[in-house]
Design a protein around this ligand. Structure first.
Ligand SMILES: CC(C)(COP(=O)(O)OP(=O)(O)OC[C@H]1O[C@@H](n2cnc3c(N)ncnc32)[C@H](O)[C@@H]1OP(=O)(O)O)[C@@H](O)C(=O)NCCC(=O)NCCS
Length: 196
């Protein structure tokens, strides 16, 4: 039986568990639509990237939550394309175009944050227990050590629990915009200094 005790630590090589959680809890997102193998490859790059910051929440050695953030999302996607260019042949053009939209959506340039949170997920049985809050606290403390002031996160319109969480955490909603056709998202900005 899994214990209720959760510890938050810097992620090392948990890309597979992180990818599983992403696919299960953000199932309508574009990245999930590209499949579990895609997510595993992507998170493997995220975890190996020096400008990324990932933390996992573990209970009985099992990953029950994570947060990943990066200084440069473009670097991650470009590394992905460079390493897995041959996958492009397998992607239908519609998906390839969505990939480009995800990478270069104009609101990203305007939000002036130093770091972008890529995703945060907590598994169902551990939700509502402050796990995501602990993940953010660890993340923000780490970012403060790197002199990061502002952090942003993009939240899709239909991710209700995520909006509630980010509002409760004190994120300032700055913009509503479209990354893909008919799919609205919002950007929340956090002032790292407030959390240390
Ligand atoms: C969003 C998510 C990460 C929050 O994780 P969590 O561990 O349950 O959040 P916490 O327990 O740390 O919540 C902290 C505060 O946020 C608020 N909150 C979080 N989830 C909430 C919900 N579903 N409804 C209302 N308030 C919520 C609460 O005010 C809570 O504090 P309180 O319980 O003291 O009032 C989790 O619900 C999740 O994984 N959702 C699905 C995936 C997702 O949408 N990820 C975000 C992608 S951008």
């Amino acid at each position: 039986m899994m214990s209720n005790t959760v510890s938050v630590q810097q992620a090392k090589n948990e890309w597979s568990e992180i990818a599983q959680l992403h696919k299960e809890y953000i199932p309508k997102g574009f990245l999930s639509s590209l499949g579990i193998k895609f997510l595993e490859r992507l998170y493997k790059i995220v975890l190996s990237e020096p400008n990324s910051f990932c933390f996992v929440a573990k209970s009985s050695d099992e990953v029950v939550g994570f947060v990943c953030a990066t200084r440069s999302i473009s670097n991650i996607y470009l590394k992905f394309i460079f390493r897995y260019w041959w996958l492009g042949f397998l992607m239908v053009p519609k998906f390839s175009w969505k990939f480009v939209e995800t990478l270069f959506y104009p609101a990203r340039k305007k939000n002036n944050s130093d770091v972008e949170i890529l995703s945060v997920v907590v598994s169902k049985e551990f939700q509502g227990k402050g796990v995501a809050e602990s993940l953010y606290q660890k993340l923000f403390r780490k970012l403060a050590q790197f002199n990061v002031d502002k952090v942003s996160v993009v939240v899709g319109e239909d991710l209700i629990s995520s909006h509630k969480f980010h509002q409760r955490m004190g994120g300032q909603m700055s913009q509503k915009f479209k990354i893909h056709q008919n799919e609205f998202s919002y950007i929340y900005i956090f002032d790292v200094k407030k959390y240390i």
